[in-house]
Design a protein around this ligand. Structure first.
Ligand code: BGC
Length: 462
């Protein structure tokens, strides 16, 4: 990018190389069927929303962002934004509204959606299950049902058969641990349980279902497809930190919480991942409750330290994505950031969020993390589960009265980055100019600059 003139308000005294991303890096956004499509009447969430008190302001997903009808318009937007990947989910309850009866019109619909992406040369990351189950299945016990893995495998085979040729990356199940904690421990999501035993049964069935689905996709597609089929999950990973680092006990507990939340599912499904999909939203400082031995709580230090929060009160902590990327390096798997985003009505904040997280990801890549792509959550404002429509996660604003789309400035920033496959120096003005001096790349540039300056001086003295 050209240097700005001295009298320009954007003039800065120096320039340095952009933060480049590896060749072939994937840039895109993510959505999920129930949150954007609208009128998904045959799933458990639709039932849940219609019971008073389950959703903030008693919102119901209704037409959501009407993406079901507006996908062409939405894909035009992502094409304009230079994205080369898109992550979205197929709605099981549309495909199989009643046990064993397949809706071929809906399969046809998704075929068109996939063809529309292919026409634009946008790679597809397809999620098979993103938090919603068909009602007929929840009536038998949902994730606790003994035979659910059989049904999930059968659904997987159907999709692989019908739509497999259009898919580049498969995500069997989105965020297993979130589903367990919200639906079976906190009771805020369907089925609204708060019982460890139910949680344990559901967890085991999710493990089984993922493994069966993984195998089914490979068995179906490995021989017919000429490309290597890639199957994984999207794992919500939290960056945990002991609030009190001088307490060995707190450090010990934090280590185990990290193992449980971040690594347990991956360890239980080892060898069933061709890549790791990571969703990053949270940083938690853990401390023991005063006067107790094992009762942990989230630290109140966040308020005391006046850290920046999003509209939902979640701490914004870009350095956390660096730590978790370093932590999961040990799995030796390619990594895709399958979700990362912020609920805010302040788009300047979203721009800062985006740039600060991307510079951390770039730092992690330079430190050896095999990150191959980034999907921002989300393309559109959408239905944020029990929190309804109030939180705004979209790069594109949705007017819920007429479904008009308006790209925010943050969409343009991500578009520029995707186009250049790098973060230009000028963009760093949004987060203050804070290059990480430990980065080999940046250090080298400063070093080289110094050398050329010195040699210029030498020459001029001659
Ligand atoms: C989920 C999305 C959700 C986002 C923001 C992720 O846990 O996969 O469905 O909208 O977080 O809360």
């Amino acid at each position: 990018m050209a240097r700005k003139k001295k009298d320009s308000p954007f003039y800065h005294s120096h320039d340095h190389r952009p933060y480049n991303f590896p060749r072939g890096f994937l840039w895109g956004t993510a959505t999920s069927s129930h949150q954007v499509e609208g009128m998904n009447k045959n799933n458990d969430w639709w039932e849940w929303e219609h019971q008073k008190g389950n959703i903030v302001d008693n919102d119901i997903s209704g037409k959501a962002a009407d993406h079901y009808h507006k996908y062409e318009e939405d894909f035009d937007l992502i094409e304009d934004m230079h994205h080369n990947v898109h992550r979205f989910s197929i709605e099981w309850s549309r495909i199989e509204p009643h046990e064993g009866s397949w809706d071929y019109d809906e399969i046809e619909h998704y075929k068109k959606v996939l063809q529309s992406l292919r026409k634009r040369k946008i790679k597809v990351m397809l999620t098979l299950h993103h938090f919603t189950l068909p009602i007929w299945l929840t009536q038998r016990g949902g994730w606790e049902y003994k035979y659910i893995s059989f049904y999930f495998e059968r659904y997987t085979k159907m999709i692989a058969n019908e739509l497999g040729k259009y898919v580049d990356f498969w995500i069997t199940i989105n965020e297993p641990m979130v589903m367990i904690s919200m639906g079976y421990l906190e009771g805020l999501w369907p089925p609204g349980k708060t019982n460890l035993w139910n949680a344990f049964r559901a967890f085991n069935n999710i493990v089984k279902s993922h493994k069966k689905s993984y195998r089914a996709i490979h068995n179906k597609l490995d021989t017919v497809s000429r490309k290597k089929i890639k199957v994984g999950i999207a794992k919500n990973i939290i960056s945990f930190e002991a609030a009190n680092k001088s307490s060995l006990l707190d450090m010990f507990y934090t280590y185990h919480v990290n193992q449980l939340w971040n690594h347990f599912f991956i360890n239980r499904t080892k060898k069933y991942h061709d890549f790791l999909g990571i969703n990053y939203y949270f940083h938690q400082r853990l401390e023991r409750k005063k006067g107790t031995l094992i009762s942990l709580t989230f630290s109140s230090q966040i308020e005391r330290q006046r850290r920046e929060l999003n509209d939902l009160g979640w701490e914004i902590y870009p350095a956390g994505i660096f730590s978790i990327l370093m932590d999961v390096k040990k799995y030796n798997l390619p990594i895709y950031i399958t979700e990362n985003g912020i609920a805010t009505r302040n788009d300047n904040k979203r721009i800062r969020f985006l740039l600060s997280h991307l510079t951390e990801i770039n730092r992690a890549i330079n430190a050896g993390s095999p990150v191959k792509g980034y999907c921002h959550w989300s393309l559109l404002d959408n239905f944020e589960w029990h929190l309804g429509f109030e939180p705004r996660f979209g790069l594109v604003e949705v007017n819920y009265r007429n479904f008009k789309r308006t790209p925010r400035k943050s969409a343009r920033i991500l578009a520029q980055i995707a186009k250049e496959n790098s973060i230009e120096h000028d963009l760093l003005q949004y987060i203050g100019h804070t290059p990480h001096h430990s980065e080999p790349d940046v250090c080298k540039i400063f070093h080289d600059r110094q050398k050329t300056k010195k040699s210029k001086k030498k020459h001029s003295h001659k």
